[in-house]
Design a binder for this molecule. Structure first.
Ligand code: FES
Length: 167
């Protein structure tokens, strides 16, 4: 009689444990699916990821080129350095066009003005236009639109050079 009770208790414990394990695995799978669902889906070359822009020589020194898909301007300085300037105004977020004839960015919303490297010439913008990191790999310009660089002033450390210009 005692042996039968022990067996029943053991079977019950086994089933409880089995159901707990199955429930735990199911909960883990559901959690993993939820996390995967919430992850941003960025294909390479889309805004929010790393964009391959083109060859260094495609951008003459002293030029400002609007990269529409990347929502930024690629400025190449006279010394050959590059910065990628996010087009969003640091005042209230309007898109800021480059005005070639004026040689500056002029925000259409409240008339903030910025130099070709994004520094403020005229407020109300409280700080320079933000940047994205530029890298140059084997003569190809790449911009990481997933990492915004917020700055208070121009910093030469944010300028990227092709290998031969940096030496
Ligand atoms: S949003 Fe650009 S100046 Fe106000």
């Amino acid at each position: 009689m005692t042996e039968i009770n022990d067996t029943n208790i053991t079977r019950r414990d086994f089933l409880k444990t089995a159901w707990s394990v199955i429930g735990g695995i199911t909960a883990l799978e559901a959690g993993a699916l939820a996390i995967a669902y919430m992850q941003p889906r960025l294909a390479e070359g889309e805004f929010g990821g790393v964009l391959t822009i083109g060859a260094v020589e495609d951008f003459p020194p002293g030029s400002v080129t609007h990269i529409t898909d990347g929502r930024f301007y690629l400025t190449r300085f006279e010394d050959g350095g590059f910065v990628a300037i996010y087009q969003r105004c640091t005042h209230l977020g309007c898109s800021v066009p480059w005005e070639q004839t004026e040689n500056m960015f002029i925000c259409p919303c409240h008339n903030s003005q910025f130099t070709s490297d994004g520094d403020v010439l005229n407020p109300p913008a409280p700080r320079p236009l933000d940047l994205f990191a530029v890298s140059i790999e084997e003569g190809i310009v790449k911009v990481d639109t997933g990492n915004l660089i917020v700055r208070d002033q121009f910093d030469p450390a944010h300028v990227a050079y092709a290998a031969q210009e940096n030496e």
